[in-house]
Design a binder for this molecule. Structure first.
Ligand code: UTP
Length: 300
């Protein structure tokens, strides 16, 4: 058994994905691809790179194709090999999660009662220690995975809860949870609290929280005690706030670039960003006048 501080990652994937309808009527948002790689695969790769041993997917019965994606598919592998497509068969095999060693678990959230409720659905299956939460529609691309950077910082920071943060403009703060920051140490920002979607003039900082969390195991007690919050949903941020006095809260300024792939604009930006890194797409980008824009995105 490993002694790592963070061994479990929870992927809440039960939401309705209304911002991406009609694409998400029959296809889960988490399977929408950036070119050829579904968002959920990026999230799995990030968790693996961070040394996560168990991945818990909190899904919905109507989204069973997510499970089909993560499982090894021997028939498909066999059919591909017979067609001489061994390279892609090898890749699919490497990407698939290991069922026998319980590398993954699926639990169902029958009603989308909020992110806090979704995370609590995973409670029975977590390994000892702190847990990571990854929202797959927040795609973070960089040289190192965001979760790898966070796990490293978490092990030395001595705060109970850590959230990924990025600096946004004052006008943009009202779309995010924002840290009430009171000091920093390198990439770690110490916070006294978190404010959900503040008006720009009332925002305590411009450090916006995005979809990566490392949470002390006591989060599950705080989730059990939670009352419905904004929108009548069980809010993860309310449970995090309940533990701040006991555990402390830190933000982490990750080095990659984040794309909100739950929105059409974010998905388009991510697609252009990834396409720019591969000469295979140069002609298409040029033909549709995306080169200049793509270069700007890549340079920022
Ligand atoms: P979002 O609010 O971005 O996802 O939740 P959504 O509700 O699916 O999308 P829109 O806003 O209607 O377009 C962030 C993440 O939390 C999950 C979602 O699947 C998404 O990955 N989630 C949200 C749950 O698993 N359960 C919930 O009750 C709410």
């Amino acid at each position: 058994m490993s002694n790592a501080a963070v061994r479990t990652a929870i992927f809440p994937v039960a939401g309705l994905g209304t911002r991406f309808l009609p694409a998400t009527k029959a296809v889960p948002k988490e399977l929408l691809p950036v070119i050829d790689t579904p968002l959920i695969q990026y999230a799995i790769d990030e968790a693996r790179a961070a040394g996560i041993e168990r991945m818990i997917f909190v899904s919905h019965p109507s989204k069973s194709s997510i499970e089909r994606h993560v499982r090894h598919d021997a028939d498909l592998g066999h059919a591909l090999r017979q067609k001489g497509k061994g390279k892609i068969a090898d890749k699919l095999e490497r990407d698939a999660l290991d069922d026998e060693n319980q590398e993954f678990v699926f639990v169902m959230q029958d009603k989308p009662l909020g992110l806090g409720h979704a995370v609590n659905c995973a409670a029975k299956h977590v390994l000892p220690g702190a847990v990571a939460v990854i929202l797959p529609d927040d795609l973070i691309l960089g040289e190192r995975g965001c979760l790898s950077e966070m796990v490293e910082a978490y092990e030395t920071s001595k705060t109970g809860h850590m959230v990924a943060t990025m600096e946004v403009s004052r006008e943009a703060v009202s779309s995010y949870g924002v840290l009430d920051a009171h000091g920093s140490d390198g990439k770690v920002i110490y916070a006294a609290g978190m404010v959900e979607k503040p008006a720009p003039e009332k925002a305590p900082s411009r450090h916006a929280v995005v979809g990566r969390y490392i949470l002390d195991a006591s989060i599950f007690g705080d989730l059990d005690a939670l009352e419905p919050g904004a929108g009548g949903e069980y809010q993860l941020t309310d449970a995090i706030a309940a533990g701040i006095g006991r555990l402390g809260l830190a933000g982490f300024k990750f080095s990659g670039r984040r794309f909100d792939c739950g929105s059409k604009q974010g998905m388009l930006a991510a697609t252009l960003f990834v396409a720019r890194q591969d000469p295979e797409y140069a002609e298409v980008l040029e033909e549709f006048g995306a080169v200049e824009y793509g270069q700007r995105v890549a340079a920022e």
